[in-house]
Design a protein around this ligand. Structure first.
Ligand SMILES: [Zn+2]
Ligand SMILES: [Zn+2]
Length: 178
C-alpha cells in the first residue's frame, strides 16, 4: 500500500472510530439515534436578491440544521465544540456541516441566488409563536401553547415550528433527551 494512501485511510479510521464512540454514547446504549437539536425555528424561510425575477434565479436550499450551525458560530460566537454540543452531534460532523452551510451562503453573495431555509435531520428544542396583529414574537417551550397574544390580546397566533412541519416530534425528542 502506498504511504500517502495509508496515512489517509488511517486518519479516516480514527475519525470513524471517534464518531462511532460518540454516536454510541449519545444513542443511550444502542437505542434509536437522537436527531440534531435546533434551539428555535428560523424566522425567515426565503431570501432573494432585489431586481431579479425569482423564477430565473438559481435556488440554494439551506437545511435548518445548517442554518443553526451558522447561527451558533457566526452569529452567537460559540466555538465549534460548544455548538456541536448544543446540537447533540460530534465536533467533526458539526464542522463539516458548517463549512457546507458557509459555502452555500457564499454562492448567494457571489452568484446571486434564491435562498430557501427548510428541511434537515433535526428537532426544535423551543418554539416561537408570532402574533399576526402586533408582530410580537414569543419564545416558548415546545410543549406549551399561546392561544392569545399577551401583548395585544389577538387570537391569530402563528406557530413557527408548525410552519416547518414540526411539533409533536420535537416534544417526543425532547422527552427522549431528558
Ligand atoms: Zn399581539
Ligand atoms: Zn420535530
Amino acid at each position: 500500500m502506498n504511504q500517502k494512501y495509508y496515512l489517509v485511510s488511517e486518519h479516516m479510521f480514527v475519525i470513524f472510530v471517534l464518531e462511532f464512540i460518540y454516536k454510541f454514547r449519545n444513542s443511550n446504549m444502542g437505542r434509536k439515534e437522537i436527531e440534531r437539536t435546533v434551539h428555535k425555528p428560523p424566522l425567515f424561510k426565503v431570501f432573494k436578491p432585489t431586481g431579479v425575477a425569482g423564477n430565473i434565479l438559481e435556488e440554494v436550499v439551506l437545511s435548518i440544521d445548517e442554518y443553526e450551525s451558522i447561527r451558533l458560530v457566526d452569529y452567537c460566537k460559540h466555538s465549534h465544540e460548544e455548538a456541536a454540543d448544543e446540537m447533540s452531534i460530534s465536533r467533526p460532523v458539526f464542522t463539516k456541516m458548517l463549512e457546507k452551510a458557509r459555502y452555500k451562503l457564499s454562492t448567494l453573495l457571489v452568484r446571486g441566488a434564491l435562498l430557501k431555509i427548510d428541511g434537515g435531520n433535526f428537532h426544535f428544542k423551543n418554539n416561537i409563536m408570532k402574533c399576526l396583529k402586533c408582530e410580537q414574537l414569543f419564545e416558548i417551550e415546545m410543549d406549551k401553547q399561546i392561544v392569545e397574544c399577551p401583548n395585544c390580546g389577538n387570537v391569530n397566533i402563528m406557530n413557527i415550528a408548525g410552519a416547518y412541519g414540526h411539533g409533536r416530534c420535537c416534544i417526543n425528542n425532547n422527552k427522549r433527551r431528558l
